[in-house]
Design a protein around this ligand. Structure first.
Ligand code: SIN
Length: 276
């Protein structure tokens, strides 16, 4: 299948597409790589069904898009694969990965460009993942609000998210924090996207605390607008590949105490910027 054309079926006008006609366990020729890359840039998140990848093959697929990222806090649970984040929930879980709207590790000075999640085990029902287009979120703002937000920057912090989260001794550990533009320009599409999220963003630097709190509350609610979203219903061996620069996601934990298990490979990104 390596050199045939892939089929891209959009899920919604704003975000998400399912890709057919590709076996990701095989090396990608340049044309197929470019088609997948373009589908990701055009749709923000792409989905594949019935894939059969070893951890090494999942990492090889990720490496076609850039260097792999190692999570700054989660313990490496898969021996020999520090770049694989194990996403797991069962009856003993007190948290699950990504259970509120966020963009992965946005507290990093150079947050991940993309994440590739491969699901191995699912509950009988539930455990969907929701994705929201941050282009759509930006585009829906009024012109005065866009002009107000464009010069602003915000702090993104890992401390309140990661401290004590993984049941390991993290005394003395310092978790990343970074200042990023509130509106970022996507380095490939050139489009503007809202870049604050309820997981990591703690304050808007140029505002007083009450002003910042009120504005962030409004923006976090705005991100959740149903029209900006698609919702992915997983099957065993499905893959979701999302672009953290223009999409947020939310893992729906509606299946406790059932099990859900998968592997995430994350691709390093660059420093967010705003270009008028
Ligand atoms: C994540 O935030 O990477 C987890 C997403 C999911 O489990 O659906």
């Amino acid at each position: 299948m390596g050199d045939s054309s892939i089929q891209v079926d959009k899920l919604t006008p704003h975000v998400g597409a399912e890709i057919h006609g590709i076996d990701l366990s095989r090396p990608l020729d340049q044309r197929t790589f470019e088609q997948i890359h373009d589908a990701l840039v055009d749709n923000g998140v792409i989905f594949f069904r019935s894939q059969h990848l070893t951890p090494e093959q999942q990492k090889d697929f990720g490496r076609r898009f850039g260097e792999l990222h190692v999570h700054p806090a989660a313990p490496a649970l898969l021996e020999g694969h520090p770049e694989i984040l194990v996403v797991h929930a069962d009856e003993t879980s007190r948290h699950v990965a990504g259970e509120n709207w966020h963009s992965d590790v946005s507290c990093d000075p150079e947050p991940p460009m993309g994440s590739i999640l491969y699901m191995h085990e699912l509950p009988p029902v539930g455990g969907d993942t929701l994705f929201a287009s941050m282009y759509a979120a930006y585009d829906a703002l009024s012109e005065p609000m866009k002009r107000f937000l464009e010069p602003l920057t915000a702090m993104h912090e890992g401390e309140h998210v990661y401290r004590g989260r993984y049941g390991v001794d993290d005394r003395g550990r310092v978790f990343p924090k970074a200042e990023h533009p509130v509106i970022r320009t996507h380095p490939v599409s050139g489009r503007k996207a809202l870049f604050v999220n309820g997981g990591f963003t703690t304050r808007i630097v140029q505002l007083e605390r009450p002003e910042s709190d009120a504005l962030l509350q409004f923006l976090f609610r705005h991100v959740e607008t149903p029209e900006f979203q698609c919702r992915f219903r997983w099957q065993v061996n499905s893959i979701a590949f999302w672009d953290n620069r223009c999409v947020q996601h939310h893992a729906m934990w509606d299946y406790y105490p059932q099990r859900r298990h998968g592997h995430r490979v994350t691709i390093r990104g660059d420093k967010p910027f705003y270009r008028p």
